[in-house]
Design a binder for this molecule. Sequence first.
Ligand code: A1EG2
Ligand code: FE2
Length: 313
Amino acid sequence: MASQVALCCMSHSPLLHRADPGAETRKAVDTALAEARAFVDEFDPELVVIFGPDHYAGFRYRLMPPFCIGASASAIGDYGTESGPLDVPQHVADDLVGSVLEAELDVAMSERMTIDHGISQPLEVLLGSIGARPVVPIFINSVAAPLGPMRRARLLGEAVGEFVATLDKRVLIVGSGGLSHDPPVPKLRTAEAEVAEYLIDKQRTPAEQQRREQQVYDAGQEFAQGASGLKPLNPNLDNEILDLLAAGDLHRFDEFTVEWLDAHGGGSVHEVRTWVAAHAALAATGPYRTTSTFYEPVPAWIVGFAVTTAVST
Ligand SMILES: O=C(O)CCc1cccc(O)c1O
Ligand SMILES: [Fe+2]
C-alpha cells in the first residue's frame, strides 16, 4: 500500500501573535489559518514531515549544513512559541536519512536538532502543539550565505517524497517560511565582530533574547509605518511564486538565482525553498491539486504572508 499525502505550506513570523496587523488582516489571517487547521484535522495525519528554516537559533556558522534531517529535536521557545521536544519517530527519520543519501543528496543528520519558531510555529498553528503528532523536521538553510541553487531544495523534496510514498501512512507535508521579506538579520561578512559571534557560535542569554525580540517588534512597527530601510514586500513576486506552485511548475524555480531573489524578495525570501521542497515531495508521490490559497502582505509582521493547502489527485 502507498501513503496518502497532503500538504500545507504557510509563512511564519515571530510577530504573528505579537504585533497588531490591523483588525481586517488579523481576521483574514486567523480565518486562513483556522481553515488550514481544519484541513489538517480532517486529513488526520499519522506522520508530519516539515521543511523549515531557522534563524541562527539552532544552526550557526560553526557548522552550517544546507539541509539537515532531525532524528531527535527540540524547540527553543522563541517569540512566545512552545519549547520542548518534538515526537520524532526515530526509525522513520533514520530510514529517511538513508533513503535521501541513497538518492545522492548529501543531507546532514542531527540527533539533537534545535528548532525555533521557523518550525515550531506551523506545528502549533496546524496541530495545536509541537508534540501533538509524530514529526520529522527537515532544516533547510535559507539565510546563511552562501546558499546553493534552488534546484537542490527541489531535489531534496523529491527524494523525501519518494521515501514518504513507501510508508503506507497518512503523511502531511509542511513547508514553513517566506514569502518575500527582508527582516533585520545581520550578515556574517558585514556584521561587527561581536554580532558575528552570535551567527557563528554564541547563544543569546535570556535577557539578550528578550532584547532581540523587542528589536524585531520595533522593526516591524517601523516597517508598517513606512519609515524603514528594509526592502519592501513584493506581492507581485509572491503571487508569481504561488502561481508556479499551484501549477506544479516546480522546475521553473531552478531559474530563480539567489542574487535575483535577494534583490526582489529580500534577504529571507529564500525560505520559499521550504515551499519548493514540500511541493516537490508531494509531486514525487503523484499529481496534486492546490485546494486553498491565502495571501496578504503584512508589513507589521515583516512578511508576505501566505497559506496554501494541497492534496494528491
Ligand atoms: O531573527 C529572528 O529571530 C527573526 C527574524 C525575523 C523578523 C521578522 C520577520 C521574520 O520572518 C523573521 O524571520
Ligand atoms: Fe523565518
